[in-house]
Design a protein around this ligand. Structure first.
Ligand SMILES: Nc1ncnc2c1ncn2[C@@H]1O[C@H](COP(=O)(O)OP(=O)(O)O)[C@@H](O)[C@H]1O
Ligand SMILES: Cc1ncc(COP(=O)(O)OP(=O)(O)O)c(N)n1
Length: 296
């Protein structure tokens, strides 16, 4: 599943919802999600959770959106347009997280391990939710208020059908310092222990060598029972802004077309690897990964 099928002219495409922050530099956040979703043939609906002043060198300002406006965006698009999958990215602070969780539960988005079965034992058909637990930019600028980590960990992660932390986010959420394959497994177990239905611990920032002899980057997927590994060639580039968002957005697109989780993650890994190869320099800092390869 390298690319998802492009909808026929005049046919309504699959719809996905991104609940995230705006990156004024256009490389990460909502803008990265929109680039990947459009290039995947998926119609993107948006709930803006925060506006950032950001360029390729860092984040200079954050303006959170009022929680009721975030909740209202989600309800408004879901009631009219309907979505087949959703993802969260930068959610900024605890009151916004609380509003997102309450709204998603109310309209059947996500469910985590609690949603495997309904009270009568039948499988539940909630819209799958991918949670990218964004805490900081690649430059270390905070994108989540310090006292809001508990809300992210205790409210949003348990609603996730898939949680996709990078290594810094894993450490913050679980206390596990991932340095090799064994600690990557410890982290995946801990994330499932927090209530996520599936956990994907990305290995992109594991140092070459610790990450295997062949210079591969390996992501690990776990659902509390089965392990799946996704390896791709390590791409040597400093232009990797928006990589985490792009991975989670591509997985969300595949879920919106009805893919099973391991297939959706395989698709996302392949997609982000191609986007890393097509990353380009921009500004004075780190350029963005790019889905423009899809236009060839
Ligand atoms: N240099 C690289 N080469 C190949 N894949 C990479 C590289 N850096 C990151 N990745 C992959 O990109 C995806 C996102 O990486 P991650 O570290 O989670 O990004 P972020 O820090 O932007 O959230 C993962 O699938 C990861 O394995
Ligand atoms: C508004 C906004 N959201 C998310 C990020 C972080 O993007 P991500 O792809 O997780 O990681 P980096 O590109 O920062 O490594 C952001 N910077 N801004």
């Amino acid at each position: 599943m390298t690319v998802l099928p492009v909808p026929a002219p005049g046919r309504t495409p699959p719809r996905a919802l991104t609940i995230a922050g705006s990156d004024s530099g256009g490389g990460a956040g909502i803008q990265a999600d929109l680039r990947t979703m459009a290039m995947s043939g998926v119609h993107a609906c948006v709930a803006v959770a925060a506006v950032t002043m950001q360029n390729t060198t860092g984040v200079t300002g954050v303006h959170p959106v009022p929680p009721e406006i975030v909740a209202g965006q989600i309800r408004t698009v879901v009631q009219d347009i309907g979505v087949q999958a959703a993802k969260t990215g930068m959610v900024a602070e605890a009151p916004i997280i609380e509003a997102i969780v309450e709204t998603c539960i109310g309209i059947g988005i996500g469910g985590g391990r609690g949603s495997a079965e309904s009270h009568d034992g039948a499988p539940r058909c909630a819209v799958p939710l991918v949670v990218d637990p964004v805490c900081a930019s690649m430059h270390g600028d905070p994108l989540l208020k310090p006292h809001s980590l508990a809300a992210l960990r205790d409210l949003l992660v348990p609603l996730a059908d898939l949680v996709t932390p990078n290594l810094d986010e894993v450490r913050l959420l679980t206390g596990v310092d991932v340095t090799d394959g064994a600690t990557q497994r410890d982290a995946a177990r801990a994330l499932v222990g927090l209530g996520a239905r599936w956990a994907l611990v990305t290995g992109g920032h594991l140092r070459a060598g610790a990450d295997g002899p062949t210079g591969e980057s390996t992501d690990l997927l776990f659902d509390g029972r089965d392990w799946f590994e996704f390896s791709g060639p390590r791409v040597h580039t400093g232009d990797d802004h928006g990589g985490g968002d792009t991975l989670a957005a591509a997985i969300t697109c595949a879920l919106a077309t009805g893919a099973a989780m391991p297939d959706a993650v395989a698709h996302g890994k392949d997609w982000v690897t191609r986007c890393l190869r097509w990353a380009y320099p921009l500004g004075a800092g780190h350029g963005p990964v790019s889905p423009l390869w899809r236009l060839q």
